[in-house]
Design a protein around this ligand. Structure first.
Ligand SMILES: [Zn+2]
Length: 211
């Protein structure tokens, strides 16, 4: 008699988040592409610390977490963020995680605010507090399919500071991926314009070169 687990494996076999091959939630070849390293990028004056090069495989892993809500894919992103926080040398600082928010429509569709949710788990593992200070000032278009210039226009002035939040400490903007830098640049602008100067940003993935 097969266990329920074995039966469900026959009907819904485990597939790799990165390439959809049957077997493990991440196969050996995709795992090699999701091995955390350390990349430092500058977006204007902001330092962005990242763990993994953005590739088609990395993009599928992020989508598996973000759009399909697969917890194993969440863990891969959380591991990457924790890894880069450890490597970024913030020991002398009093760091706080500032999640870059998702739009209301995306949060509604996904049933959660993706990065805020991941930040809470990162915080649980690192004891670094989360300060959800950023908020949307207006509606934005979905960024996928927009050129770098269109993204910059789309994000310009998009963020503001949540009412009644007075952050202390050294603020670190957190996002899943930086591609053109438009979102993180806007997030930094919103903080700066309210007198909060972020220490840097941490992302799981980085596109190189930025596009
Ligand atoms: Zn794979």
């Amino acid at each position: 008699m097969k266990t329920l687990d074995e039966l469900s494996q026959l009907i819904f076999p485990t597939r790799c988040y990165g390439c959809n091959s049957i077997g493990l939630t991440i196969c050996a070849s995709c795992r090699r592409e999701w091995q955390p390293h350390y990349y430092l990028t500058h977006i204007q004056t902001l330092k962005v610390h990242s763990a993994i090069l953005y590739s088609p495989t990395a993009s599928k892993i992020i989508l598996a977490a973000k759009e399909s809500g697969l917890k194993g894919a969440d863990q891969l992103i959380i591991d990457a963020i924790v890894n880069v926080l450890n490597r970024a040398n913030f020991d002398l600082f009093n760091v706080r995680l500032v999640p870059i928010p998702s739009s209301k429509s995306n949060s509604r569709r996904r049933g959660r605010n993706f990065i805020a949710d991941l930040c809470n788990e990162v915080s649980r593992r690192t004891d670094i507090p989360v300060i959800p200070i950023l908020d949307f000032a207006r509606r934005v278009k979905d960024q996928s399919g927009l050129s770098a210039h269109e993204r910059a226009v789309n994000m310009k002035g998009a963020f503001t500071i949540a009412a009644g939040v007075y952050p202390r400490g050294d603020l670190i903007l957190v996002d899943d991926v930086v591609t053109t830098g438009a979102t993180v640049a806007e997030a930094a602008r919103a903080l700066n314009s309210h007198g909060f100067h972020p220490l840097g940003s941490v992302t799981a993935c980085v596109a190189q070169p930025l596009r």
